[in-house]
Design a protein around this ligand. Structure first.
Ligand code: AMP
Ligand code: MG
Length: 327
């Protein structure tokens, strides 16, 4: 009788235990795609989608009614929301840390070179010199809750940091719902927690930086294993153009006004947040390999792997603590 009772309670117990169920949500945002995989008894795509939409209304330069677009148009008294403030304050910090290599006020230059939200200009050295006066985070601040520009021509570009923060926003929403296992990815920027459906660390592929705007020839160079960390990759192998035999990259050096050109083909950063990984990855593409190694080795909890062009061959260079992610 006692055995029968045990059998019955065990069956009931197992019947009540919720199944380990993973959901996969996907769609398009910020001109790119997103993919979110998480373990939960419920599907949360509707809330995630509205979270991403409100994020877009704050930081997308492609939405003319967004907070960032209204600031760029010099609308009076724009009151930034918490999304904007968080990105702006982090951007200020990364600009300081990288001596201006990362700078959201690079927008007029990005536009002029044909990678921005406005029409491309006929670039001359005079034009670039004249645009440099609008570049510098010291020209803009949030004072008493309002955005204040010191010169009206200053404009912001969130393209190097906002996607990463969007990933963090979705990730913290899932954490707040009690989700313990997830991978959030927007256009290659990633945040992870716990395990994948197979019970292992999340496996994230880093692409070989093959010049390939249409993404026809995708090849994975290496795989990293993450659980709790975030990751972002920057490079100039998808977003660039060739004119008169010269390659023009979408990473612009805000200090010179010109697209970067060096042997660093891609920079992948692993950091506690996807926003930081995103910003540091772009900064590395500006400063090149040697300075990037110095930058990353000087920041705790940040690791990197760089893929360089070494006499026509792809070479991967790791920061000192990166090997733990190759497992
Ligand atoms: P990512 O793919 O994160 O490296 O971001 C690249 C995008 O960031 C470009 O397409 C520009 O919109 C913008 N950008 C380019 N150069 C810089 C820079 N030096 N600092 C901040 N944003 C930049
Ligand atoms: Mg970036």
């Amino acid at each position: 009788m006692r055995i029968l009772f045990f059998v019955i309670t065990s069956v009931l117990f197992f019947a009540c235990e919720p199944e380990k169920e993973y959901h996969v949500n996907g769609g398009r945002i910020f001109g790119t795609s997103y993919r979110i995989v998480y373990e939960s008894s419920e599907d949360h795509h509707n809330e995630i989608r509205s979270l991403l939409d409100s994020f877009n209304r704050s930081l997308s330069t492609y939405d003319s009614t967004s907070i960032i677009s209204r600031i760029n148009r010099c609308e009076e008294g724009v009151v930034p929301d918490p999304f904007f403030k968080k990105v702006f304050r982090t951007a200020q910090m990364v600009t300081d840390q990288t001596n201006g290599a990362f700078d959201m006020t690079v927008a007029p230059l990005v536009n002029a070179w044909g990678f921005g939200f406005q029409k491309m200009a006929d670039v001359t050295s005079e034009l670039i010199d004249s645009l440099l006066q609008f570049v510098g985070m010291h020209h803009i601040d949030i004072i008493d809750g309002k955005v204040v520009k010191k010169i009206p021509g200053v404009m912001l570009d969130g393209g190097a940091i906002a996607k990463g923060y969007g990933v963090d926003v979705v990730a913290s929403h899932l954490t707040s719902l009690g989700v313990k296992n997830y991978m959030v990815e927007i256009g290659g920027e990633v945040a992870t927690r716990g395990h994948n459906p197979q019970g292992n660390f999340w496996r994230i592929g880093i692409d070989r930086p093959i010049d390939d705007p249409l993404v026809l020839e995708r090849k994975t160079e290496l795989i990293v294993h993450l659980s709790g960390e975030a990751l972002a990759t920057s490079g100039n192998y998808r977003n660039f153009y060739i004119r008169d035999g010269k390659k023009y990259a979408h990473t612009i050096d805000p200090r010179t006004g010109y697209p970067v050109s060096h042997n660093l083909l891609s920079a992948t950063i692993i950091a506690p947040s996807s926003m930081l990984a995103d910003a540091y990855a772009t900064a590395c593409m500006v400063i090149g390999l040697e300075e990037s190694i110095e930058l990353v080795e000087g920041i705790t909890d940040v690791e990197a792997c760089f893929i360089i062009d070494s006499d026509g061959e792809y070479e991967v260079i790791y920061s000192s603590g990166f090997h733990q992610f190759l497992r």
